[in-house]
Design a protein around this ligand. Sequence first.
Ligand code: ARG
Length: 249
Amino acid sequence: MTVLAGCGSNKDKYDTVLENKKIVMATSADYPPFEFHKDIDGKDQIVGYDIMVAQEIAKDLGVELEIQDMKFDVVLESINKGNADMALAGIDRSPEREKAMLFSDIIYQAEVGVLVRAEDADKYKSIEDLKGKKVGVQSGSTFEEVLKQIPDAQADRLPKVNDLVLSLETNRVDAVLVEKPVAAAYASNNNKVTVSSIALKPIGDGYSVAIPKGSDKLKDAINKTIKRLKDEGKLDQFITEANALSDSQ
Ligand code: ARG
């Protein structure tokens, strides 16, 4: 993947955010408990762990938070192009991605989760059991790489996690790779799928806030908020709250 960094204005996003009194966040709200749609008081809203963190970032900057929902591969593109001020979408920091964007300190460390059909739970117990099988992964995600740990697996790439789960239910794929908490959230809302015991190694060193290149001041401000949230034990509290929110869907 080649990406041109920092097109458009070369101003630090920190300055435009304060001028506009608004920070624009890109996300892909198909990833409970990190970001997902939920009907609250008859209104469709985007909620979850990343949203809670983003709200704190906006609060510390004294600005409003605007959430833009898009496909995951478009989230990464919008940061490359500088169309959004930041992105939180369960995005893993990785050396490859760091060529094109800035990353904050880590806000969450997730393991890989393998979703399979509930009836196949006993059939797929080790990586070898998935040899040569069709496996669904989200386009542009690190799972395109993680998949390579399964010998001869055939990748089925789709832009939306909801559609990956549907593919699994309808036998078009035999497994879907997402993060463990996400796999658990889908499984708890859908008894046709379950989280298998298969263990795969994650790519990247944890979830982080992605920021356009050239916005180091904004990155420093975001890291300050993250440090505060860690010191206050808020990140642990948010994950508990977000899990509860997605369980009650
Ligand atoms: N953690 C993986 C990555 O960074 C997948 C993230 C998918 N996020 C989402 N909101 N659908 O590539």
